[in-house]
Design a protein around this ligand. Sequence first.
Ligand code: PMT
Length: 211
Amino acid sequence: MKRMKCLISAGPTREWLDPVRFISNPSSGKMGYALAKAAASRDMDVHLVSGPTDILPLKGIKISYVETALEMNAEMNRSFEESELIIMAAAVCDHRPLIQRKQKQKKKDAVSSIELIENPDVLKGMGKRKSSSQVLVGFAAETENHLANAREKIFEKNLDWILVNDVSSKSSGFQSDFNKVTILSKSGDVFEFDLLEKDSLAMKILDIIEP
Ligand code: PMT
C-alpha cells in the first residue's frame, strides 16, 4: 500500500546581519520534531524541513536542514506538490535585514537602526497552491486574542486546521518539553487539549488532523 507523504517544518529561521550576527526567535524545534516522530510511527513517509536546532536527526525520517526563511520557503515548495499532509510548525522570521554584510560590522561603524524587509509567508504561499486532496496545517503562536487571531489565519492562509498555542508562558510553547494547544478547523470544529508533553500531544494532534 502507498504510504502517505507528510511534509513538516520545525525550528526557527536565522536572518543574518553579517557573518556573526542574526535575528531569530527561541524555537527549539521540539514541537515539529515531535510531530515528525509521531507521523513516522504511523507509517507515513515523512520529510522534515528543519531550521537550526540541537535535536539529533530522527531515524527513518528524511531531513533537510535550512537556515533562512528564503531557504525554508524553497525547500518546503520543492516537496509541497507531492505531499498529502503538510504541517508548518517552524517559527519563520517575518522579516530579514535589507542589507546582509559580507564582513563583520565594526563596533565603531555601528548603526542605530536596522532596515528590514518582509520574508515570504511560506504557509500562505502553499495555501494559494493547495489542491483539494492536500491537508494544510498551520500553527498560530499568540500572546493575546488567541482564538480570534487563529481564526483569521485559517482564512488568510487557506488552511484546513490551525493549532493555536500561547507563547507567552514559560511552561509551554517555545523551548519547553510541554505545550498546550487548541485545534481549530476551517469548518469551525474546536478541540482543546491540556498541557501535555510535546511527544504525546503530537500523537493526539495527528488523531485529529490525519486525513
Ligand atoms: O520549536 P519549539 O520550541 O518546540 O516551539 C514550538 C512553536 C511555539 C515554535 C510552535 O508550536 C509554533 O507555534 N510554531 C509557529 C510559530 C509561528 O511562526 O507562528 P505565527 O503565528 O507567527 O505564524 C502562523 C503560521 O504561519 C505558522 O504556521 C508559521 O509557520 C507560518 N509562517 C509564518 C511566517 C512566515 N513568514 N511564513 C510562515 O509560513
